[in-house]
Design a protein around this ligand. Sequence first.
Ligand code: DX5
Ligand code: ZN
Length: 234
Amino acid sequence: MTRAIRIAPSLLSADFARLGEEVTAVIEAGADLIHFDVMDNHYVPNLTIGPLVCQAIRPHATVPIDVHLMVKPVDALIPMFAQAGAAIISFHPEASEHVDRTIQLIRSHGVKAGLVLNPATPLSVLDHVLDQLDLVLLMSVNPGFGGQSFIEGTLPKIESLRRLIDRSGRDVWLEVDGGVKVDNAQRIAAAGADTLVAGSAVFNGGAYRQAIAGIRDSAQRGQQSSKALGGPGA
Ligand code: DX5
Ligand code: ZN
């Protein structure tokens, strides 16, 4: 089976003074999702944007808004982001006292639920919740900042997660976030990721269409090579 590759530009590297135009521009350039990074200067050492900004970009976002919550506590923000137009809400298990409850809360708003695993967070946190998730996001950098380097140890973790998801028989998206570039997208997709977040790689060069197409082509090559070899990304 060949999975669709989805590219999710992270607004963290966009021009915040022109956010609506940036959203329109990356969608015209081929973005499948808009990745929306929420940081609270508590769970992570940085402060970004909240539900009001999500609501403001909503009219421009003709693709799903993929909200990545790096906030603690997390529950109070979920109804607000659901109201503000989030299609997917993902959170870190370390930021919730009751992971199962937070997942149910997201789903109760008709929003897709995702769990985010930091580089040092083991896949075992998924043991009793994978069947309730629409997406698992593997961080390939420590959360808090754009423009960091991809942690290579994420690749075997992607492979293991791909096997877990395949065994579940459910269509759970496997997203990777942090340091994704044209030159590593191939290996990331070959390992089994289907949804690639890219912030600086899309926004910093200026040529959005070229950047998104480059990452997508590279990822599709990775998927094909994995398929040919019977690997995890097939
Ligand atoms: C980091 C954020 C990422 C970040 C990715 O905490 O979750 O989404 O914006 O940026 P790049 O692609 O520049 O690593
Ligand atoms: Zn993110």
